[in-house]
Design a protein around this ligand. Structure first.
Ligand code: HEM
Length: 189
């Protein structure tokens, strides 16, 4: 095997790849979660829920890989405290910090996802679960502003495409819920 192959597997490259992989998986998890509630996807609801769960959990595992690599990278080393205390890292404190806060918000939603839904009650559970939206926004800012690849055309497509997708799904979801409450009000008269 030549040295180009090993360069490809350098810690820095793996940090970049795992960053994008977790970005993709978590965006996909949120998209599938939003789609499972939309009327036009009712036939695919079980599939959407499965995709939502699988991509969410694998996204979380990929983030753990992403931050573990930062601990062993020799070029821009991070300590465990740099990672767990937001805005304390020497390297890009603001956008590293946004990555950490995003991770915490995702952890809260994961920790309460399957296990605590019944205990918390649906309304509180739903409010907590919607923390994925601020988590996702912080993740987008983290990726765009800290990443080496942001200036690449393909990366711009990934970021712009994912932002448009989530905005559209949130808008459809909002419109459907408004339509639903108007119908309920009319029916009660
Ligand atoms: C929700 C959690 C996270 C996600 C989804 C995520 C995702 C990403 C993405 C998409 C990139 C861009 C890769 C590139 O342009 O090449 C990136 C880069 C980076 N992330 Fe994260 N990240 C997360 C958490 C963190 C945390 C907690 C830290 C450390 C405090 C961190 C440190 C870094 C660093 C140093 C880079 C720059 C790598 C480079 O040189 O391109 N990330 N991350």
């Amino acid at each position: 095997m030549n040295s180009d192959f090993f360069d490809l597997l350098s810690t820095w490259n793996l940090i970049r790849v795992s960053g994008f992989l977790s970005y993709f998986l978590l965006t996909f998890a949120i998209a599938a979660g939003l789609m499972n509630r939309l009327l036009c996807f009712q036939k695919q609801k079980p599939l959407m829920i499965e995709l939502h769960k699988v991509s969410g959990w694998t996204g979380l595992l990929t983030i753990i890989f992403h931050i573990s690599l930062l601990l062993v990278d020799e070029y821009v080393p991070y300590s465990i405290l740099d990672i767990v205390i937001p805005f304390s890292a020497d390297n890009d404190p603001v956008f590293s910090g946004l990555g950490t806060i995003s991770l915490y918000l995702f952890l809260v939603t994961f920790a309460t996802s399957d296990f605590l839904m019944k205990k918390l009650g649906r309304t509180l559970w739903k409010k907590i679960h919607f923390l994925v939206i601020p988590a996702w926004i912080l993740m987008v800012l983290h990726g765009i502003f800290i990443g080496t690849d942001t200036s690449q055309t393909w990366a711009a497509f990934v970021y712009v495409g994912s932002i448009i997708l989530i905005m559209l799904l949130l808008t459809f979801r909002y419109l459907e819920s408004q339509l639903g409450s108007t119908k309920r009000k009319n029916a009660s008269f």
